[in-house]
Design a protein. Structure first.
Lengths: 422, 447
């Protein structure tokens, strides 16, 4: 049995699965249920000046039969009185001392507000802070949330205030509503932030009701940009994460990964790109807290299969495999191969290649089943046919190197080698 | 004893309810519609005699474009509603669904087809518009699948079509010749009404060719004629006792059942059904569902040679019908002029015959079934006398055609009266082919 426990800046949790700052971590009732279900830690929903929420807060994007491929919300930070939150945090820490209790903060924009809030939260016995510099809706109109995270200098200033006062670890949560998360990430690390977490939600309009002509969520005839999350945003989160894990400044601090993590495989991917822990929200909101059982078991089994004893053994293992395009090996070439025994003759490989790619698949008409085969000489190895094929391992990509030696674009140009024939 | 009214109204209602009910809700339909892979040059479409673009209509269900979906179906098969109920899909579209190759259940194409066509027919969606009237008149004989399909295509081009139908209702075998739990008389009527709602199609009922009018009349009064007259009653067995009271023709039996209240239909205590095609299955299952105590299907070959589909055979078996394989009727025995027993030769399989199937040969032994009703369902006979009377070239009553044209100028034919009896969906395609040939003959360019 592998050891799946995590140690994040000394904050220990029995597994690396935390619940992200969001509705599931809004109060004691939910958090105790989460801990009972087995979650390693929580990031308590953001505390700050008390706000008022509207009714109708979420909307979703469905894809074919899958509901909530992406989730959008326009909720603000916690709308419960600070004192109740503080008391409940303290109670949760006492009842489950082995779980990580991080508290998300978004104070008003002045040093005193931050200092007061930090003091009050530290008194609860919480283990760490997460600074909410990412909320993309509502709070931004008041100069908070993403308004802070989008400006590296403001973020730096606020982190400096926080670090003056905080005695427990500070994680800064980054907004993806920027062209790059690195400038803000760098600024806050330079200002002393002990760790980073990313991504917060992405500004979105999830869809428009074709009868009312108003986007969802519908609030009395209007809507507003919301924060998008869930499986749909995972690839974007992984990209932002990679830039943090590769930057010389930001890569020095631990990262808690967020963005569409629904199962242990997603979690492993975030960890391979540098995360020590991961945070989950949408998957829990769409299936309940019980999903953590398979997350723990799946991670454990995978680590056993790979021979990893602790999560430290594989964290960051994939960071260096993402490189610049011009360093890719142009001599690498592969072509598709269709396993005729597995083919069910749906023709999707053919029509996608024929209509949209390289016309590299042969069609031999049959009644009722056509036979499809690859024209190897025309196949550029784009992978499209393999991606659309509904049968596992029916289309495989077979390596056929152009030449044995590594050759990148820079070298290719230098040697004046010929471009593609067309 | 052969008698009607064996069941309570509730039992009749239950026994004759829809055997393949539509989806209860949108979600159920979407689960299946979203499973469809949207195959290219799809095997299901190629296996449909009318070439319905099945992946397209299913995709349209997933995009909430039900009107578009219904149009996709009807443009290829105007009887798409009825065909969704009666087609032996397990040997057509669903039988060739690529999921079968993964040993997974195929897409329930027929049920999805009902999902789109039922609301179209119920709400009378105007999915087709006639071109402006042109001074061309075409007569269609027979308001069955072939005739209706032909009439719809022609009317869309602005032609005025008159259909002559010998029965009091349209739909042909769809209305009169198919088990009642597959299509209800109401759904048949709705479908006919929906087809004629296009306009330009006038159906004259109770008009029999050769009795009320002749082909000469039609040739004189119309620019072209399409014959979709179908086939007649069941083949004779040519064995002693065939004229006894209690010997029924399967087509007549189903016709009566479809055109009268169920409690008026008489059925025996112990019924023998001769044959193993889909009509035989319909006759057997309906007898059982009407309250017959024992129904035995008699077939001279084995299950491997049966002409019904396995799906149909399973319905009969689940209804509790007995199967007597390798038995050929030899004599029907009567008491006081009424059927009392069926004597069969026991057979064995020999060398292949013309059909390529092993030919049954008598073993010399016989078996006697104590029955009071015998239903014949060994295929149907064409209207040989009628087509000869009208001077139509034919082969044993099946009208000979060349690209749907008969030997008589301006007279075209298709469907069961040409092929001897196939599926309704084949007749729909025959009607389309006939219409295309007529348009060509009249030098009318479609589109």
């Amino acid at each position: 049995m592998a050891d799946i426990s995590a140690n994040f800046l000394g904050i220990k949790s029995p597994n690396p699965f935390w619940l992200a700052s969001a509705p599931p971590t809004d109060k004691k009732y939910n958090v105790l249920r989460a801990f009972e279900a087995g979650w390693g830690g929580v990031v308590w929903k953001t505390l700050g000046s008390q706000v008022k929420n509207v009714s109708s807060r979420y909307s979703a994007v469905n894809f074919n039969n899958t509901r909530v491929m992406g989730l959008n919300n326009i909720e603000l930070i916690s709308d419960r009185p600070l004192e109740i939150n503080l008391r409940e945090i303290e109670e949760c820490v006492k009842l489950f001392p082995d779980r990580a209790m991080i508290v998300s903060l978004m104070a008003d924009n002045n040093r005193n507000s931050w200092h007061e809030l930090i003091k009050k939260v530290e008194d609860t016995g919480a283990h760490g802070f997460e600074l909410n510099f990412g909320c993309p809706h509502g709070m931004t109109e008041r100069g908070m949330g993403a308004s802070v995270g989008q400006d590296p200098e403001i973020a730096r200033m606020v982190v400096e205030w926080v670090m003056e006062k905080a005695t427990i670890p500070v994680i800064t949560k980054l907004t993806p509503n920027v062209h790059s998360v690195v400038p803000t990430g760098k600024a806050v690390v330079e200002a002393g932030s002990n760790a980073l977490s990313l991504i917060n939600t992405i500004q979105s309009v999830t869809g428009i009701d074709l009868d009312t002509f108003v986007p969802n969520p519908f609030v009395g005839g209007k809507s507003v940009f919301g924060g998008y999350c869930g499986p749909a945003v995972k690839p974007i989160a992984l990209k932002f994460l990679t830039t943090i894990s590769q930057n010389p400044v930001t890569k020095k601090v631990p990262v808690s990964g967020i963005g569409g993590i629904s199962n242990w495989k997603d979690a492993v991917e975030f960890m391979l790109l540098g995360c020590t822990t991961v945070q989950v929200c949408t998957a829990a909101m769409t299936h309940g807290f019980r999903i953590v059982e398979d997350m723990c078991e799946g991670l454990n089994n995978w680590m056993d299969e790979k021979g990893f004893k602790t999560i430290e053994d594989f964290i960051g293992k994939s960071v260096d495999t993402i490189t610049k395009w011009e360093e890719l090996d142009i001599n690498y070439h592969h072509v598709a191969n269709i396993n005729q025994d597995k083919c069910i003759h749906c023709g999707l490989c053919y029509i996608t290649c024929e209509d949209t790619s390289h016309q590299a698949i042969n069609l031999a008409y049959g009644d009722p089943y056509n036979i499809y085969s690859i024209k190897e000489d025309d196949c550029v190895g784009c992978n499209l046919c393999q991606l659309v094929c509904p049968v596992e391992q029916c289309i495989t990509m077979v390596e056929k190197r152009v030449a044995p030696e590594y050759l990148n674009w820079v070298e290719f140009k230098k040697q004046g080698l010929p471009l593609n024939d067309h | 004893m052969i008698k009607p009214n064996r069941l309570s109204p509730e039992q009749y209602a239950e026994n004759f309810s829809d055997i393949k009910p539509p989806f209860d809700n949108k979600e159920a339909a979407l689960v299946e519609a979203n499973r469809c892979l949207f195959c290219y040059d799809a095997p299901c479409t190629k296996s449909c005699p009318t070439s319905i673009d099945i992946p397209k209509f299913i995709k349209q269900i997933t995009t909430d474009n039900i009107k578009g979906s219904a149009h996709t179906i009807f443009v290829s098969n105007i009887l798409g509603g009825g065909c969704a109920r009666v087609c032996p899909v397990e040997k057509l579209c669903e039988g060739s669904c690529v999921y079968n190759l993964l040993n997974e259940p195929p897409i329930p194409i027929a049920r999805l087809q009902r999902y789109s066509t039922d609301p179209a027919i119920e709400n009378k969606w105007e999915l087709f518009h006639r071109k402006p009237d042109i001074p061309v008149k075409v007569a269609v004989v027979g308001a069955g699948p072939a005739g209706l399909s032909c009439a719809h295509v022609l009317s869309r081009e602005g032609i005025n079509v008159t259909i002559f139908e010998k029965e009091a209702k349209g739909g042909g075998l769809m209305t009169y010749g198919i088990a009642a739990y597959k299509v209800t008389p109401e759904s048949c009527q709705d479908e006919v009404d929906y087809i004629t709602s296009l306009g330009g199609i006038d159906i004259k009922y109770n008009q029999t060719l050769g009795v009320d009018f002749s082909l000469d009349d039609l040739q004189r009064d119309y620019d072209a004629v399409y014959l979709g007259i179908g086939v007649g009653l069941a083949n004779k067995l040519n064995i002693p006792g065939e004229d006894l009271e209690g010997v029924e023709d399967a087509i007549r039996f189903i016709y009566d059942l479809r055109s009268h209240p169920l409690n008026k239909i008489a059925v025996g205590d112990r019924v023998a059904v001769i044959g193993m095609g889909n009509t035989a299955i319909d006759a057997a299952t309906q007898s059982k569902r009407l309250g017959a105590k024992e129904v035995t299907m008699v077939y001279r070959r084995t299950a491997s040679e049966k002409t019904c589909t396995q799906h149909e055979l399973d319905i009969a078996l689940l209804d509790g019908c007995n199967m007597l394989w390798l038995a050929a009727p030899k004599e029907i025995v009567g008491t006081n002029g009424k059927v009392s027993a069926l004597v069969c030769d026991l057979m064995k399989l020999g060398a292949p015959d013309k059909s390529g199937r092993p030919a049954p040969e008598p073993t010399g032994e016989t078996i006697t079934l104590q029955v009071d009703m015998v239903i014949k369902a060994t295929g149907q006979s064409p209207y040989t006398e009628l087509v000869n009377q009208e001077h139509l070239d034919n082969q044993k009553g099946k009208i000979s055609v060349h690209n749907t044209a008969t030997n008589i100028p301006s007279v075209f034919a298709g469907g069961d009266c040409v092929n001897g009896g196939k599926e309704a969906v084949d007749a729909v395609q025959a009607g389309k082919d006939g219409a295309a040939a007529i348009l060509d003959f009249l030098k009318i360019k479609s589109k």
